[in-house]
Design a protein around this ligand. Structure first.
Ligand code: ZN
Ligand code: ZN
Length: 171
C-alpha cells in the first residue's frame, strides 16, 4: 500500500520528506495484455507541504517484459519514470481554485496508488521495441536481421518499373 499520513507534516511548511515504496504490477492493478512489469516496482522521492498542496516528486523504477513489435523476440527493459504530483485536501467541488492537474484526498492519508499507476501506464511508448536500432525481420524469409543479413534481395521495385525491366530483359 502506498499511503502517506500527512498529520506529522501538516504544519511543517517547505520541509522535504523522503518516501520509498516497493510495490508490483498486481498491487498497482497494472497488469497488461501485451507486456508485463516483472517483480518489484520501486517508487521513491520526497514530498513537501507547500501550503497550497502536498507536492510529491519522485521516480518509478521497473523492469518491463514484452515481445518486440519489430523482431518478435522476447525482451526486457529497465525503465525509470519521473513524476511530480500535487495533492490537495478536500474535493474539487469545494475548491475555488480547482485545477485539473491536482489530485484530491480526504482525511489525513494520501494514497499514491492510482496516481502512480496512471503515470506508469501513460508513460509507456505506443510500440514495444527491443532497441531503437532493431532491424526487425526480413520480409522475404523472416530471418531476424539483428543476427546478421540473410542475403535476400529486399529491394522494393515499383511494379510499373518491374514490368519495364521484364521488357528490357526480353529484348
Ligand atoms: Zn526487436
Ligand atoms: Zn531474408
Amino acid at each position: 500500500m502506498m499511503k502517506i499520513n500527512i498529520t506529522a507534516v501538516s504544519d511543517k511548511l517547505g520541509e522535504n520528506i523522503p518516501f520509498r515504496f516497493v510495490t508490483n504490477a498486481q498491487e498497482l492493478d497494472a497488469l497488461q495484455e501485451d507486456y508485463s512489469f516483472d517483480g518489484d516496482i520501486s517508487v521513491e522521492g520526497e514530498y513537501v507541504n507547500t501550503g497550497r498542496c502536498y507536492r510529491f516528486t519522485g521516480t518509478i523504477t521497473c523492469v518491463k517484459s514484452f515481445i518486440c513489435d519489430r523482431c518478435l523476440e522476447p525482451s526486457t527493459q529497465k525503465q525509470v519514470h519521473d513524476f511530480v504530483e500535487e495533492f490537495r485536501q478536500g474535493s474539487p467541488a469545494a475548491d475555488e481554485q480547482a485545477e485539473e492537474i491536482v489530485n484530491y484526498f480526504d482525511g489525513d492519508v494520501i494514497d499514491l496508488t492510482s496516481v502512480i499507476r496512471d503515470v506508469l501506464l501513460s508513460d509507456q511508448p505506443l510500440n514495444n521495441i527491443c532497441n531503437a536500432d532493431c532491424r526487425g525481420l526480413c520480409l522475404k524469409c523472416g530471418a531476424n536481421l539483428n543476427y546478421g543479413d540473410c542475403g535476400c534481395d529486399r529491394t522494393v521495385i515499383d511494379p510499373r518499373l518491374a514490368a519495364l525491366q521484364q521488357l528490357l530483359i526480353k529484348k
